[in-house]
Write a protein that binds this ligand. Structure first.
Ligand SMILES: [Zn+2]
Length: 455
């Protein structure tokens, strides 16, 4: 019964990508990789258990952008996925997709450490390890990109058993190592990641600290961690990194995106409700923050707001502090404070989606019927951000604007790979679209559906 269940799940994972009929040579070029990544994300979206926290996604993409100049990534866009899983895992998918579980923040205690993880993942992408592994491995035959997609699906959703059943059921020759990068690729990703970390102005020894954390986990829980299965640790790998660190000429250090207190606060928010042992820093900032969160969750907004004002100034004024404050202030009716926070964030990070979504939630809270003008601008630039369309959906429902509701549903369906449903929503949106209103948004949705159809 269990086996059948997994087999069915495996089938579900396969279906959307099989119809795409990729072959390994299709990811031989950057454009092929991008197309693969887009299809993969559309097929997987419903199962990823994404954490649609705009702040987390913006931050992750800011970190990735800081690193990207160090890699030959051609025109590949970088897409960050924040995921709900409590397990330590991060993964890369061809086409520039990097996923990070919130569980990593139980262990990673500084921005340099998460950057070490990201720089390693980006190295797998820039060195095209998926493609090279697929091409070189006798275990794979050409034309089994669907298998790669399935394996990546298993890695990202931690369905170890699914991966195993794909391997056992699909191709007898493929052993469980098919999930893992080869030892050479691991060493290469460490080497390139270390250089990138150093050149981006972070403490390169953070990479060694991450490796030590993983080594400890390995002895504690055996080989069950999917991150360790896909990025196998070996004595060679550890000693190689150590010797490289000794020889490294340290570059100038740059200011990280977050101050230390900011990063600690961010960890507190991300690890809310996770019972894993937390690498505590001194003093422990989480108790207060998680109390504020719990009041917020139980809709005790005014008390959450009062408690927030009792945090140290440095915490309140941090990015995480501002993001937290905006959400609480909107709900507690402190509109002026919320607007100040939104303007602060959008001034610091003009490309961030967090402040735009906050403006939409503010419009909902204050019963505005006019869509914030910032929305169209950012939706044109970043239409693949699911959180943006969910915000439009909230706004459309609250203001009872059918045309916007159909538009939001259309994008939501499209980003989940439901192309026919997206087309139906588009037809409805066209029908309900007010005559006086600009029709560019409809054209954009139609064009995006067309691209997905022909991918
Ligand atoms: Zn690796």
């Amino acid at each position: 019964m269990r086996r059948l269940g997994y087999a069915l799940l495996a089938l579900i994972l396969f279906i959307p990508l099989k119809s795409v009929a990729f072959s390994a040579s299709d990811i031989a070029t950057p454009d092929g990789e991008i197309a693969f990544g887009n299809s993969w994300l559309r097929a997987m979206r419903g199962q990823l258990n994404e954490r649609l926290d705009p702040f987390c996604i913006d931050l992750l993409e800011t970190w990735l952008t800081r690193l990207r100049n160090q890699y030959p990534l051609s025109n590949i866009p970088l897409t960050g996925l924040c995921l709900e899983s409590h397990q330590f895992n991060a993964f890369a998918v061809p086409g520039g997709i990097i996923g990070v579980n919130r569980g990593v923040f139980s262990d990673l205690a500084s921005e340099a450490e998460i950057m070490a993880v990201l720089s390693h993942e980006l190295a797998h992408l820039s060195q095209r390890h998926h493609y090279r592994q697929l091409k070189n491995s006798e275990k794979f035959s050409m034309g089994t990109l669907a298998t790669l997609a399935g394996l990546l699906a298993a890695v990202s959703t931690q369905q170890e058993q699914v991966a195993q059943s794909l391997i056992i059921g699909g191709q007898a020759a493929i052993k469980s190592q098919a999930l893992a990068y080869s030892r050479d690729f691991e060493t290469e990703a460490d080497r390139i990641g270390l250089e990138a970390l150093n050149h981006t102005g972070y403490d390169p020894s953070a990479m060694q600290r991450v490796m030590n954390i993983l080594a400890k986990k390995e002895t504690k829980i055996g080989q069950n961690l999917i991150f360790l299965r896909t990025h196998p640790l070996s004595l060679e790998r550890v000693s190689d990194l150590e010797s490289r660190l000794r020889q490294l000429i340290e570059r100038e250090r740059f200011t990280p995106v977050m101050t230390d207190i900011d990063f600690q606060l961010f960890r507190c928010v991300q690890t809310e409700g996770i019972e894993a042992p937390f690498r505590v820093t001194n003093p422990d900032p989480c108790t207060q923050v998680q109390q504020i969160l719990s009041k917020y969750r139980s809709k005790n907004y005014s008390q959450a707001y009062e408690d927030f004002k009792n945090l140290p100034d440095a915490a309140q004024n941090s990015l995480t502090g501002q993001d937290l404050m905006i959400s609480i202030a909107i709900k507690a009716g402190h509109i002026k404070r919320a607007i100040e926070g939104i303007e602060y964030l959008s001034l610091l990070f003009p490309s961030w989606i967090t402040p735009v979504i906050a403006r939409i939630d503010l419009a909902v809270a204050t019963n505005q019927t006019k869509l914030p003008k910032e929305f169209r601008d950012i939706a044109t630039k970043r239409p693949m951000r699911l959180d943006l369309w969910l915000a439009l959906n909230r706004f459309a429902k609250h203001t009872k604007q059918q045309h916007l509701l159909f538009e939001a549903r259309g994008w939501n369906a499209l980003l989940h790979g439901k192309i026919e449903a997206a087309q139906r929503q588009l037809t409805q949106a066209i029908e309900h679209w007010p005559k006086a209103l600009e029709r560019k948004p409809l054209k954009r949705l139609r064009a995006a559906i067309k691209i997905a159809e022909t991918a």
